[in-house]
Design a protein around this ligand. Structure first.
Ligand code: SF4
Length: 366
């Protein structure tokens, strides 16, 4: 019988068997950080902490692109959107993330032309249909979504579309992990993001294992994937091993997707530094357009208009501590009270991958 990639990976009998096996084999306390907010979602939605022995703890990590984008870059987007000659396009949840004064959604309510896209390619159609305006695609995301932006750039260039510009906020998964570890986090092992690894390859996490002696297991996003990955981590400790292992071998290879990596390399290069919400400036942690594409780089074209001073989060907001793995959403005094998905104080309450939004939605399961 063919595998059903959804129901078979949520099979309650298999979940119970894996949970029992982990309880049997786990011999020591382990703090396991899931790098990606998608894993946080799976872990909380399926109540995995309750299925594991108490010595296994999940620590939520920084891998939600909406959560880690700093307020000043959202201010870039709202500043650009306020121009009469601009149509500002962004994907999904991004338009709800709060800047220092407004989110893009609020800017739209005040009259700005802000479009929420399901696919980056919609920006090409919007630009083509509005030749008298500058359409700006506010691009965010880890290695997973960068190829889509690169593909959009390529299509715009090949199609002679000159009024499509880009504000690039593409970031890399390993650098914030190093920043958190260098800051003294007590993490024993990591669940690695499988979607990032499909593009970048599992080997991008090798330096983390070598530097911090922490196993990284690349994990799929279904509950069976996450539990099997925890078992693989437990076995690494029991065997005295510290390795990058690949649980998600159905899609991830060591070297990743070379076609996508070539496309990314054609248009992007490393930034010297990039400011992350809660984590501060991290060297070589993000991408920018190559210099030959300065003519489509909204950040360069409108540099004189764009604010660049760091802006602190709301003083009651614990997003910074949550993103560093030092607090849980329920530690925040305003969680579920003043701060809800309908009126988020911080970015972690916005995205479906944000730890606060995930806890708010599935609170009944823990
Ligand atoms: S509940 Fe709201 S205010 Fe508190 S940490 Fe989360 S996003 Fe910030």
């Amino acid at each position: 019988m063919p595998i059903d990639y959804i129901s078979d990976y949520r099979d309650p009998k298999l979940i119970a068997a894996l949970s029992a096996q982990i309880s049997l084999e786990a011999t020591r306390a382990l703090n396991i950080m899931e790098i990606c907010g998608g894993h946080t979602h799976t872990i909380i939605k399926y109540g995995l902490p309750q299925l594991l022995p108490p010595q296994i703890k999940f620590i939520h990590g920084p891998g939600c692109p909406v959560c880690v984008i700093p307020k000043e870059r959202i201010d870039h987007a709202t500043t650009l959107a306020a121009r009469k000659d601009v149509i500002l396009c962004a994907l999904g949840d991004m338009i709800r993330a709060p800047g220092s004064k407004l989110s893009l959604q609020q800017a739209r309510a005040e009259g700005a032309d802000v479009r929420a896209l399901y696919s980056p390619l919609e920006a090409l159609k919007i630009a083509t249909e509005n030749p008298d305006k500058k359409t700006i695609f506010f691009a965010i995301g880890f290695e997973t979504t960068t190829p889509m932006t690169a593909s959009l750039i390529e299509r715009a260039i090949n199609g002679g579309v000159k009024n499509l510009l880009f504000h690039i906020n593409h970031i890399l998964a390993p650098p914030p992990v190093c920043a958190i570890m260098d800051d003294g986090a007590a993490i024993d092992a990591f669940l690695g993001p499988s979607h990032v690894s499909v593009i970048a390859g599992s080997d991008v996490f090798l330096p983390i294992v070598e530097r911090y002696k922490t196993p990284v297991v690349i994990s799929g996003f279904e509950p069976i994937d996450a539990l099997e990955s925890v078992l693989m981590i437990v076995r690494q400790f029991n065997d005295g091993r510290r390795e990058v292992e690949n649980q998600y071998s159905r899609a991830v290879t060591r070297s990743g997707n070379q076609t996508a990596k070539t496309l990314i390399d054609r248009y992007f290069t490393l930034r010297d530094t990039f400011r992350w919400r809660g984590l501060g400036d991290i060297p070589f942690s993000a991408l920018r357009l190559r210099e030959q594409y300065a003519h489509i780089d909204a950040e360069q074209i409108f540099a004189d208009y764009l604010p660049n001073e760091p802006i602190d989060d709301h003083k009651l907001c614990l997003c910074a501590e949550i993103l560093k793995g030092r607090a849980k959403p329920t530690d925040c005094k305003v969680f579920g009270k003043a701060c809800t998905p309908n009126s988020p104080f911080g970015s972690c309450m916005v995205s479906g991958e944000g730890a606060c939004a995930t806890y708010y939605r599935y609170a009944k399961t823990f």
